[in-house]
Design a protein around this ligand. Structure first.
Ligand code: NAD
Length: 483
């Protein structure tokens, strides 16, 4: 097994195939959430650096778009292979900067690498159309072409996968990119840029620009007319701000935003199976996932039983630093996140919910919060309207199918949902009735690079993964021809 040498992880900006310091000399610290200790000091991209990165991406665009699709695909395929070979080192880096458990980190590397494999295959499938006009006066040729230079902005919760889910299709489509990773987790993105260079990615095709203050750096890119696309993953709040900025240049936008996933359990469901699914839907990535089950809606007759079985399973989870490789749940990302989780739990308890597991931030170093189950949560409790983003499972109840659907849809979000029922027709009917882009039917794990992933309502615009993910980085040109 290869171990990570932290000293060898790049900490400079990656622009035009070179590692460079920030133009204004500024840098920022990256901390390990399990200890609060500084693990690296990284160059912080300034607005001048953002301009330089866009120049590098724009300069690389004409030759990259003409590079044969097969060759672009082979670079992605080689990137998949290198990520797979180095999965342990990358997982260690992800654990160190994001705090997630070892199993979650290894799972993330495999998931992230799959986007490169999938889009290596999709690179050669940007099919167009040729047809005769209905009145016979011409032929219609519809072709896809790369949208142009892309600004990619990613969150900290999946530092590898959220990047590959954008870089893979962008490169497959013939676009060049500037990636601005989250300030809490820039190291994984820098390590992947190095790996992609080794896989043969030409200089300027992938540029990585960490920044301590994201606003001015990203704002510079969005105001630059050479940039033609924004692909953002993060909170709805920041997404709204960026959409407004992107409107000035009428940018093509793909937005993967926040969620508030309901997990619905009917009384005819297999409760043990529903709890198995709940553990995955809630606790993958320690609850720090956009598709995490955020509120459990359980039919009244089985709500207490479901809550108790879930609480037993949550109490059995081992909390600890991911690097020990035996803990099930790591710390949350930082102190502010831990305190916010605690305050949502406290307020729910004071509104009458019962703590069936956890509800406590243990003393000691690191930003840990115990896996928590809140029973008998009132349906009007504000915790059910808020993306808690941590290991907290509030359980509320419903009476009828219509009641379940009404509660599930009573949110501005529409990313993921889960339905458990012993009656598959009912589960499918309810699944179709939920305004969410991704629905798990009798299963808690839904992520797959071959599936179109994305949100309805204020959870986003566009889809990532599948063939749809490639189309997000292409635009259609129609040629009217006579021959
Ligand atoms: P965030 O919105 O705070 O940050 C996301 C990215 O935007 C980061 O790179 C951040 O540095 C940058 N950013 C923040 N403020 C900015 C500004 N004013 N201008 C430009 N860039 C700015 O989100 P986060 O805390 O990193 O991630 C958690 C959120 O991401 C949750 O809401 C979660 O649901 C969402 N998320 C969504 C998906 C999805 O696929 N829909 C996937 C993962 C995470």
């Amino acid at each position: 097994m290869q171990h990570l040498d932290l000293q060898k992880v790049p900490t400079e900006l990656y622009i035009g195939g070179a590692w460079v310091g920030s133009s204004d000399g500024s840098r920022f610290d990256v901390e390990d959430p399990a200890t609060g200790e500084v693990i690296a000091n990284v160059a912080s991209g300034s607005t001048d650096d953002a301009e330089a990165a866009v120049t590098a991406a724009a300069d690389a665009m004409s030759s990259w778009r003409q590079t044969p699709p097969r060759q672009r695909g082979e670079i992605l395929r080689r990137s998949f292979e290198l990520m797979t070979e180095r999965k342990d080192e990358l997982a260690e880096l992800i654990v160190l900067e994001s705090g997630k458990s070892w199993n979650d980190a290894v799972g993330e590397v495999a998931y992230a690498a799959e986007f490169y494999r999938w889009f290596a295959e999709e690179a050669v499938r940007a099919d167009g159309l040729i047809t005769r006009a209905p009145n016979g006066d011409k032929h219609i040729i519809a072709k896809h072409r790369p949208v142009g230079v892309c600004a990619l902005v990613t969150p900290w919760n999946f530092p590898a996968a959220m990047a590959t889910r954008k870089i893979g299709p962008a490169l497959a489509a013939g676009c060049t990119v500037v990636l601005k990773p989250a300030s809490d987790t820039p190291l994984t993105a820098l390590a992947m840029a190095e790996l992609m260079a080794e896989a043969g990615t030409p200089a300027g095709v992938v540029n990585v620009l960490p920044a301590r203050r994201s606003g001015p750096t990203v704002g510079t890119m969005l105001a630059d007319p050479r940039v033609r696309k924004l692909s953002f993953t993060g909170s709805t709040e920041v997404g709204r701000v960026l959409l407004e900025q992107a409107s000035k240049q009428v940018l093509n936008c793909s937005m993967e935003l926040g969620g508030n996933a309901p997990f619905i359990v009917f009384d005819d469901a297999d409760i043990e199976a529903a709890v198995d699914g709940a553990m995955v839907a809630k606790m993958r990535n320690g609850g720090e996932s956009c598709i995490a089950a955020n509120r459990f809606l359980v039919q009244s007759g089985v709500a207490d039983r479901f809550s108790e079985v879930l609480a037993e399973r949550m109490k059995a989870l081992r909390l600890g630093p991911g690097l020990d490789r035996t803990s099930d749940v790591g710390p949350v990302i930082n102190e502010a996140a831990r305190d916010e989780i605690a305050s949502w739990v406290d307020s729910s308890l004071s509104s009458g919910a019962t703590a069936l597991a956890g509800a406590n931030a243990p003393a000691g170093t690191g930003w840990f919060y115990e896996p928590t189950v809140l029973g008998r949560v009132d349906r009007d409790d504000p915790i059910l309207d808020h993306e808690v983003f941590g290991p907290v499972a509030p359980v509320a109840s419903f009476d009828t199918e219509d009641d379940a659907l009404e509660q599930a849809n009573a949110t501005e979000f529409g990313l993921a949902a889960y339905v458990y029922s012993g009656d598959l027709s009912r589960a499918l009917r309810v699944g179709e009735g939920i305004e969410a882009g991704v629905v798990g039917i009798n299963r808690g794990f839904v992520s797959d690079p071959a599936a179109p992933f994305g949100g309805m309502k204020q959870s986003g615009l566009g889809r990532e993964g599948a063939h749809d993910g490639l189309l997000e980085f292409l635009e259609t040109q129609y040629l009217a021809v006579d021959w």
